[in-house]
Design a protein around this ligand. Structure first.
Ligand code: PGA
Length: 249
């Protein structure tokens, strides 16, 4: 059965030292939680953060990886480098990567395969922009992102992927999807997975919600049957806020 997961996406925030302090604060407070908690730090922080986390509930992740195995790709960070820090997860296809760095579904499909081959768990992000929602195309958009980004995977590999639905209009805007909007599209996503890989595979897939998730709205979002946790940006930078979300289950 699928896990409840709360992943913090620190984005391009904190120095290594600040990140280590934040990770220590979370580590001290996740003891005993049944939720899988993941800290997705900047790549520069992974090795140091990995030294200060030791709770079974707490995992470490990167926010991106290269689309090549190794070699002359200046500035890139490979999946084996990420794995060697002690990280177990990697966010792929975040809307900021798609919008600002030109990451296409095809690039993301390649990154996903590399991550899986290295034994990393992809947290694969999908979601529509405001114009697409207003045009009533949001279901179509997420289905296409799944078809082109993930549905080339074998059923066994798909079973290792965590999904995050993040409406782009809700990211960092303070505007959250309503619990009804989240449940509606999470169900569409799960049904689409079921049509491709079968209902048991769909039932086993954790689908996180992301976009202005806070301690004050996490409970009602997570109460939905098809919402299995959250991918948290801004609120992950403060241990109290982040733990308020983790404890919303
Ligand atoms: P936010 O970001 O929580 O700050 O809206 C979520 C995300 O981008 O993953």
């Amino acid at each position: 059965m699928r896990k409840n997961i709360v992943a913090g996406n620190w984005k391009m925030n904190t120095t290594v030292q600040e990140g280590v302090e934040l990770a220590k604060a979370v580590n001290a407070r996740v003891k005993g939680t049944a939720t899988q908690v993941v800290l997705c730090t900047p790549a520069t922080h992974l090795t140091e953060v990995s030294k200060v986390i030791n709770q079974p509930a707490l995992a470490l992740g990167a926010q991106n990886c290269a689309d090549q195995v190794s070699g002359a790709y200046t500035g890139e960070v490979s999946v084996s480098m990420i794995k060697s820090t002690g990280a177990s997860h990697v966010i792929l296809g975040h809307s900021e990567r798609r919008a600002y760095y030109g990451e296409t579904n095809a690039i993301l499909a390649a990154k996903t395969k590399l991550a899986l081959a290295e034994g990393l768990t992809p947290i694969f992000c999908i979601g529509e922009v405001l114009e697409e929602r207003e045009a009533g195309k949001h279901f179509e958009v997420v289905k296409q992102q799944l078809n082109e980004g993930l549905f080339d995977l074998s059923a066994a590999d798909f079973g290792k992927v965590v999904l995050a639905y993040e409406p782009v209009w809700a990211i960092g805007t303070g505007k959250t999807a309503t619990p009804e909007q989240a449940q509606e599209i999470h169900k569409v996503i799960r049904d689409h997975i079921a049509a491709k890989y079968g209902q048991p595979a769909a039932n086993d897939c954790s689908i996180l919600y992301g976009g202005s998730c806070k301690p004050s709205n996490a409970k009602e979002l997570f109460a939905n049957p098809d919402v299995d946790g959250g991918l948290i940006g801004g609120a992950a930078l403060n241990a109290d806020d982040f733990m308020g979300i983790v404890n919303a289950f």
